[in-house]
Design a protein around this ligand. Structure first.
Ligand code: MTE
Length: 318
């Protein structure tokens, strides 16, 4: 994620150095050029089938959980992204979005549950009611957006697979396709991207699996065809392009925690009182706004989620 070391307590957006840049700037430039050329040559429809099932969002219910703040523009939400499988610059995911193959797409559910199985995307999503959820997204890099997601509530999905009493955590895994995904050709992270939640966190009604935004199917760069959204945690917990969901009795690995355990904890709740070791988390830059604003504990969702962490030391369990 962010690598550049600053003394200043407040990180500027243009100061962000992506992992690739940090590890290997020259090879990054070489590979960016290669993918740019490749991208320009690729005939989208013929080379890759990047389109997946469309959902009918006209019946999507509005939600009382939705924020009422000004929405971030569609353009910003879909062109300023973190999706390291598609490159580590903010513009790379959109530029390389055609390299993510989303059709066919299956999701395998397993581990400690009574109804494991592999489902195609439609069969996985269609039993559940689609809702619009307008949520704040706060990245650990100290920027934020307000995004009108369309998706299904994770708690309903979980109940459908009947986790047993050993299911203490839920683990998620993203697509692994190093042949096509430029970022996975290099060990920027320990691929595939993985994430996890405690089962009671996962059952909180705020958590959704998104399949769309702004009334349209989820763009590839935002994690098509199915991505997690956990609005009170830093954005990296919201894992994209999910292919596996597993119930476990041990705390799952999470990609950024494995990469830099002292910087990215398992819980990663938005917390202005716990700074990242290299920058402040007190304020954030809302994309599209000039002035910074104060970051809220649990990203403003304390009423809905603070009880999950009662009695826990949130400095130790950051
Ligand atoms: N999921 C995968 N598979 N790969 C990634 O690199 N980046 C995370 C998260 N999910 C990431 C991911 C980070 S750091 C953030 S801030 C959000 O996705 C960004 O989501 P957005 O690009 O839709 O704003």
């Amino acid at each position: 994620m962010l690598i550049k070391i600053r003394n200043s307590s407040d990180l500027k957006d243009h100061d962000v150095t992506d992992l690739d840049d940090y590890y290997d700037r020259r090879s990054f430039i070489r590979s960016s050029f290669k993918y740019l050329t490749y991208g320009a040559l690729a005939n989208y429809g013929m080379m890759f089938n990047t389109s997946h099932a469309s959902f009918d969002f006209t019946s999507a219910k509005k939600s009382t959980f939705s924020a009422t703040e000004k929405l971030t523009s569609f353009e910003s939400i879909t062109s300023y992204n973190n999706f390291y499988e598609l490159g580590s610059g903010k513009k790379d995911p959109k530029l390389n979005s055609h390299l993510l193959r989303t059709n066919p797409w299956t999701i395998t559910v397993g581990g400690e549950c009574n109804k494991p199985g592999t489902y195609n995307l439609e069969d996985f999503v269609n039993p559940h009611a689609l809702e619009e959820r307008i949520y704040r997204l706060r990245c650990v890099e100290a920027w934020s957006m307000v995004i009108p997601w369309l998706g299904i509530e994770l708690s309903n999905v979980i109940k459908r697979f009947e986790p047993n009493s050993k299911a203490k955590f839920v683990q998620f895994e993203s697509i692994y396709d190093p042949e096509n995904l430029p970022g996975q050709k290099r060990r920027v992270l320990n691929w595939p991207y993985v994430e996890g939640l405690r089962i009671d966190e996962a059952l909180n009604p705020l958590v959704i699996l998104a399949v769309g935004l702004y009334g349209k199917d989820l763009p590839n760069q935002n994690g098509a065809p199915l991505r997690l959204v956990v609005p009170w945690k830093y954005g990296f917990k919201s894992i994209k392009s999910i292919v596996k969901i597993r119930f476990t009795n041990v705390q799952p690995k999470s990609a950024w925690n494995v990469s830099a355990p002292h910087e990215y904890g398992f819980y990663s709740n938005v917390n202005p009182n716990v700074d990242h070791p290299r920058w402040s988390q007190k304020r954030e830059r809302r994309i599209g706004s000039f002035l910074k604003q104060k970051t809220q504990i649990f990203n403003g969702y304390a009423e809905e989620v603070a009880h999950l962490y009662k009695g826990m030391d949130l400095i130790k369990y950051f």
